[in-house]
Write a protein that binds this ligand. Structure first.
Ligand code: GLU
Length: 428
């Protein structure tokens, strides 16, 4: 993370204000949408394996549910803050709206570092989180999902706790469940694949063929891994990936001129997306410390890690060769860096459009769970491609027609849909 002062919620509000000005929103709508509708903050006491009790801080923020039940992931992260969760909940509202699924925006988190917790301790955090929120989440209220450092196993523990409290089976409570336990085929791949569905469309727009492009990817977690997989299938070459190194508490980039071998890297990666540096060197990778992923001579940059990564400090290092930035992460680009990207004429696929594949597939999972009838993988991914592609086309057409930056066009469509829903309900 950069030292430059960064408040993700202030950033999300500034982005919203810009859209509100453009749409000429009335003051009540602005006030309503600038802030979350509801917030929960609570303590989760956990008996640790050594017998001591540790108290963890948990959050759930429901930004807006005018278009349907709240939806959004739960992050386990040592640097989690209420402002980060607020920002992420707002971005979830716009994300669901831009792909036009009938869900609102929420987000949750726990301040903790799963690297230092046993599975049993993590299970107790999951169950404690649900006990605190058992009346405030639900298939028709607010539907959680995985996010940074949470997995299908965490979702299943949470579901189990909720079903135990409510004395019934309610698999629509949560998404990202294991396949066979109410999960949807395709959900694991969905966010990364969704990024590449939009990249594929953007490349057509830029008159580029995927086979003749290269990319540099920040992050090597779930989103990055599946984005690389599909980009490779389209013929694209990833020459650099980066990841966080837990032991050294800093990030490293792994470079290979001829293209990284995804499966070889996966074989030396832990469950948090950390790549083994020594083994990578043995496989012929250049291992470089810091954020060198950003200054690669490539056509495409894909930040697929955390917020606040492309900043005023490093945006100047983006090479002239870069034609496209696809934001797999939520909030990776600060407003100052964004201005520079826009003025350089780089085509951007903004976060809440590029990474909407996860929540779109979560919506499909919810539908399947609620009717207890599960679709084939191809059916899920086919539907996902249709949704992502049509959302991309709608944003791109507006951007072209009104000569707008892609992020602005995405905001205008999303905020307009949500403001309209609030109006039709008679809230404002
Ligand atoms: N955590 C993912 C996101 O940020 C998915 C959320 C969901 O599936 O509800 O979009």
């Amino acid at each position: 993370m950069k030292s430059e002062s960064f408040n993700p919620f202030a950033m999300a509000q500034a982005q919203f204000d810009r859209a509100a000005d453009f749409l000429n929103l009335d003051s009540a709508s602005r006030e309503l949408l600038r802030n979350p509708m509801r917030e929960y903050q609570f303590s989760i006491p956990v008996r640790m394996d050594d017998g001591s009790v540790k108290v963890f801080r948990g959050f759930r923020v429901q930004h807006n549910d005018s278009r349907g039940p709240g939806k959004g992931g739960i992050r386990f992260h040592p640097q989690e803050t209420i402002d980060t969760v607020r920002a992420l909940s707002m971005w979830m509202t716009w994300k669901c709206a831009v792909v036009d699924i009938p869900l609102g925006g929420s987000k949750g988190g726990v301040i903790c570092d799963p690297h230092n917790l046993t599975m049993r301790e993590q299970e107790l955090i999951c169950r404690g989180w649900v006990r605190q929120l058992s009346r405030d989440i639900g298939p028709l209220i607010d539907v959680p999902a995985p996010d940074v450092m949470t997995s299908s196993q965490h979702m299943l523990w949470m579901l189990d706790e909720y079903e135990t409290i409510h004395h019934m089976k309610l698999p629509g409570l949560i998404t990202g469940k294991p396949v066979g336990m109410g999960g949807s085929l395709g959900r694991t791949e969905a966010t990364g694949f969704g990024v590449i569905y939009t990249v594929r469309e953007a490349l057509k727009n830029l008159n580029l063929r995927a086979e003749s492009t290269s990319a540099s990817v920040q992050g090597f977690g779930n989103v990055a891994q599946y984005a690389i997989r599909l980009y490779n299938q389209l013929g694209g070459k990833v020459i650099c990936v980066s990841c966080w190194d837990q032991a050294d508490q800093k990030s490293y980039s792994f470079k290979k001129k001829d293209g990284v071998d995804l499966d070889a890297l996966l074989a030396i990666t832990d469950r948090f997306g950390g790549i083994d540096k020594t083994k990578a060197k043995d496989l012929g990778y250049d291992v470089l410390s810091g954020d060198v992923w950003i200054d690669q001579d490539v056509d495409i940059l894909m930040p697929c890690a955390l917020e606040n990564q492309i900043t005023a400090d490093n945006v100047g290092r983006i090479k002239g060769s870069v034609r496209l930035i696809a934001e797999g992460a939520n909030g990776p680009t600060t407003p100052e860096a964004d201005k520079e990207i826009s003025s350089k004429g780089i085509f951007i696929i903004p976060d809440f459009l590029a990474n909407a594949g996860g929540v779109t597939c979560s919506y499909f999972e919810q539908v399947q769970s609620n009717m207890n009838y599960y679709w084939e993988r191809d059916e899920v991914l086919g539907k996902l491609d249709v949704r992502m592609t049509s959302a991309f086309i709608a944003v791109n057409e507006l951007a072209a027609k009104r000569k707008l930056y892609m992020r602005d066009a995405a905001y205008f469509i999303a905020v307009n849909r949500v403001a309209q829903a609030c109006k039709e309900r008679g809230w404002v």
